[in-house]
Ligand binder design. Structure first.
Ligand SMILES: [Zn+2]
Ligand SMILES: [Zn+2]
Length: 161
């Protein structure tokens, strides 16, 4: 059986200037990287790493985040939460999944942790061509189907007991 990677709790993080902070008392349901153009723009980088948490396990503190709503092609609304002072995007929530909160994993205070390994790379068809996907992760060319998402949530749980 594969080694499981323990998540050190609580997890803490926040924006670049420190005005908007968060604390998570439970590990994420899953962690993945997205290489779509929207994520590249939003992150200003090659891809964005999302860690999806149960909303009830995350406490935001400090300033009230500024919200910006983006309507995806699917018709779902994605509400992005930013620090109003420095503009760092720290989290997002989906209109169809009100119980979940996506933390932008690069905003964790310690993002060099071993457990923080995106097990799925979505929109791999749009990835920057110099980036090679890790061999033990799954590449999905487009948006993952609900079934693929469920499969990876289960796999994540198995690896991060
Ligand atoms: Zn800030
Ligand atoms: Zn994306």
């Amino acid at each position: 059986m594969q080694n499981t990677k323990k998540i050190p709790l609580p997890l803490e993080g926040g924006c670049q200037c420190g005005s908007l902070r968060y604390k998570c008392t439970k590990g994420p349901e899953v962690c993945y990287a997205c290489h779509c153009k929207n994520c590249q723009k939003s992150a200003g980088s090659a891809f964005q790493i999302s860690a999806i948490f149960e909303k009830s396990s995350v406490t935001l503190s400090g300033v009230t985040p500024k919200e910006w709503t983006f309507e995806a092609d699917s018709g779902n609304k994605l509400v992005n939460l930013f620090c109003p002072e420095c503009g760092t995007k720290v989290a997002a929530k989906k209109s169809d999944k009100p119980d979940l909160l996506t933390i932008k994993a690069g905003t964790l205070d310690d993002s060099a942790l071993e457990w923080l390994d995106p097990i799925m790379h979505v929109w791999a068809s749009k990835k920057m061509n110099w980036f090679d996907l890790p061999k033990d992760s799954k590449a999905i060319d487009k948006q993952p189907e609900e079934s693929e998402m469920k499969e990876h949530i289960a796999l994540w749980k198995e690896r991060h007991e």
